[in-house]
Write a protein that binds this ligand. Structure first.
Ligand code: FMN
Length: 212
């Protein structure tokens, strides 16, 4: 089993990365080979509409644009599980994750009948971290996150989401103009709730990496 983990946060050691590293440990705990990539270290854009993937006779499920992302896309289609993490930015995934999704989805989409060219199976886990408290996530973000998860049906595997709400955004709120946040509450969340979120991420990584 091979599990690829993609960090769509620009921060390499903060909430999203910590959730993803827990998921990576979960994957490793069931014997999966893991590969962890910080998307912000790669140079790429979203789909350039070169349409080489739609050429008659072209290899399918292959992004032909030559940049850092295309080899990663090749490896995703050859993997057994894919775990992508994104902080919520302006109510959405980060632009790096969106760019990845455009490229991954479009090169496996048939314009003959809108079916997926992909005949293999990759299980998908989506990790979302956010400032929003859980009730706000449930009321305002959950449906969009689940809809996004649904778009990964083209990979023919299980799809799960794992959210971490009300995250600690900075280690010392007194140094920032962030009066809208209660530092004591954020720190309590980090100590009491975040370890539970990490455990859920670990379990998700293990589950998705154990299912053939
Ligand atoms: C540009 C930007 C936009 C953000 N927009 C939202 C938002 O719309 N909703 C939200 O709940 N949190 C928002 N946040 C907060 C982050 O989602 C949250 O701090 C997240 O846990 C950061 O992940 P990281 O620690 O991995 O960087 C935003 C943060 C930034 C930097």
């Amino acid at each position: 089993m091979k599990t690829i983990i993609l960090n769509g946060s620009p921060r390499k050691n903060w909430n999203t990365a910590m959730m993803l590293k827990a998921a990576q440990e979960g994957a490793a705990s069931v014997g999966a080979e893991t590969e962890y990539i910080d998307l912000f270290d790669l140079s790429y854009t979203g789909c350039r509409s070169c349409l080489l993937c739609k050429r008659k006779g072209a290899e399918r499920c292959k992004c032909f644009w030559k940049d850092d992302l295309s080899p990663v896309i090749d490896r995703i289609f050859a993997a057994d599980a894919l775990i992508i993490g994104s902080p919520i930015y302006l109510g959405d995934i980060t632009s790096q994750v969106h760019g990845l999704m455009e490229r991954l989805h479009f090169c496996s989409l048939s314009y003959d009948d809108y079916a997926s060219y992909f005949t293999g199976k990759v299980n998908v886990g989506l990790v979302f971290t956010m400032n929003a408290p859980k009730p706000f996530f449930d009321a305002r973000y959950r449906a969009d996150c689940e809809a996004l998860a649904g778009t990964f049906g083209f990979l023919n595997g299980a799809v799960e989401i794992c959210e971490s709400c009300d995250t600690l955004q900075v280690s010392d709120y007194s140094k920032f103009s962030m009066a809208g946040f209660d530092e004591a509450h954020k720190k309590a969340q980090r100590e009491q709730q975040f370890p539970k979120d990490l455990e859920r991420a670990f379990q998700m990584g293990a589950r998705l990496s154990a299912q053939k």
